[in-house]
Design a protein around this ligand. Sequence first.
Ligand code: IVH
Length: 677
Amino acid sequence: MVPIHISTRVAELHKILHAHNYHYYVEQAPIITDHEFDQLLRELQEYEAAYPSLVTSDSPSQRVGGEVSEKFPKVAHPGPILSLGNAFGAEEAHDWAARIARLDDRVESTSFTVEPKIDGLTVVLHYENGLFVQGATRGNGEIGEDITANLRTIRSMPLRLPVAPDADVVVPTRLVVRGEAFLPVAEFEAMNEKLAAAGEKTYVNPRNTASGALRNLDTKVTASRPLTLLCYQVVLIEGVTLTSQWETLEYLKALGFPVPAVSTLFDKIDDAVAFCVEWGEKRHALTYETDGMVIKVNPNDLYEDLGITGKDPRAAVAFKYPAEEVTTTLNDIGVNVGRTGVLTPYAILEPVAVGGVVVKQATLHNFDFIFEKDIRIGDRVLIKRAGEVIPYVIGPVEAARSGAEVVFEIPTLCPVCGELAEQPEGEVAVYCMNTSCPAQLKRVIEHFVSRGTLDIDGFGEKLAVQLVDEGLLSDVADVFTLTKEQLLTLDGFAEKKAVNLVAAIDVAKTRPLDRLLSALGIKGVGDVAATDLAKRFGSLDALQAASVEDLVAIEGIGPISAQFVADWFVKPSNQKLLDKLRALNVWPTQAVVEASPDDEALAFSGMTFVLTGTLPNWSRSDAKAFIEQHGGKVSGSVSKKTSYVVVGASPGSKAAKAEQLGIQLLDEAALQALIAL
Ligand code: IVH
């Protein structure tokens, strides 16, 4: 007997899934992501597996896999183009391995390949005596669409094998290869930027864009899209024998097919799974989007013998990462006030799990974005959270509108202080014009005491908010006159904490000039510019006396930043602030360094370093100071020009990007050792 709550849920799932199929295939306007659809389907399949009597011929589970459109001629595949079962996380991957080990003793000692699961579109490529003769989409797995002409426009797709005429490789008489066509993320973003600049509608994500381009009836449109390809499977081969997946990848590479570079062969399933876990974060440095890795049993005979369940080979599994794109409801639009008074809108969302965490808010960038995308309050919206990126709204799901959605209006008053908000001529941003707006002051103080600037231990966002709300701070200089007694009046402060904070503030009074300069938060003056200005002027007095011309003369300070600096010093509220700092003796000076050719003699001259992760002994600023002292530069992002990436514990995607670009990684000790050489 099927419990009643299960049969009710199954009926409900039928209805929901049929409706989504209709939105997707007939209206071609899906209102949930593929991943959300998969999850609903998975729920249904689990019930059907537990209670086979629930499987009916009209169940949505019976029509999984794409549909074949009438637009293109049809192509029958030489064998079924299968899909993959999923494993969410390490535990499910181990379960999969244990399951197949019970079916065949050889699994215990077999090797596995791990490949990235490229988030693109399956293409099936046919070659006869080395010549590309036909290409198809996956379609329903048995019959696909003939997109030969479109595929020919993809430059990385071999038209004749081997690609290198002198390659030492036997060309098969017949070959059918499976690969994935996709748009590299950077190309996608560049394309969208161009479209946005031209005032045209932008695309939602690389996958949908690639799909549209590949299945366009006008080959010229396909050719204009920077599509590319990676291949990973031989569907059929005549004239050559391959015995394993690893050999297949090597062979495809030798013929000249592009093959995913991160593919690796493992002797043990534990190592294969660990590799998948490790790439969870690192994958954001890849040039394409991946939603998982694929683990495959390596020897072809064992792979075949393990057979198929439904449409999935038992011998392979997709190790899926948490979905990074989901839909949810936009409950409201909030407005933040930043350090410079800029008002920025953010989305208040119906909480939703994305990228492994529950998200309640997401950025909406700026007001223009809301109107360009026609985002309305109450809309179903697509949101994305990839790696360390702050969650952001991609756009509305227009097909899901009920008509009750409300168009957002730009506030004319600051939501915090209630004073006038204005959009200066020629600027996109709207500003709160009140320089003593408490919201601005909170941000200014938060920046002033933060790790990268004056680094006051125990002073964070929460305390900045508390102090402004209690009226204890009216500008940043007031930080230095805070007393133990004042702190003790605040919630959460006891004797020891207050004493420690006062001591930490005392230490901050003696921070060098460059730190104070970046703490002041002058527009256009970040870490690097602050260091340059401190070196060339040596004191706030000298800097205040500098003309725009003097400032521009410094390498790395452009005319816009120079003007910002000059403007900052003229402003009466800032002059008052400077007077207070001088009176408090928070007035660091340092020896003026003239630009000198000597710089070139330093060990790190001309070198650029990137820091990522937590170093064992040094703070970020220590490492930066060390590098700069020896003539090197520190940059925030890895590029081909980076000389070294210094890696500490829990590094970000920068380490992965460095590996990709072949840039040498150093730990703290190795960095120090460079000087000892
Ligand atoms: S193996 C029978 N390997 O992921 C073997 N698939 O969910 C099944 N995909 O439809 C495919 N990268 O389009 C395999 N390295 C890779 C892949 C990959 C992307 C796609 C493929 C398939 C889907 C399965």
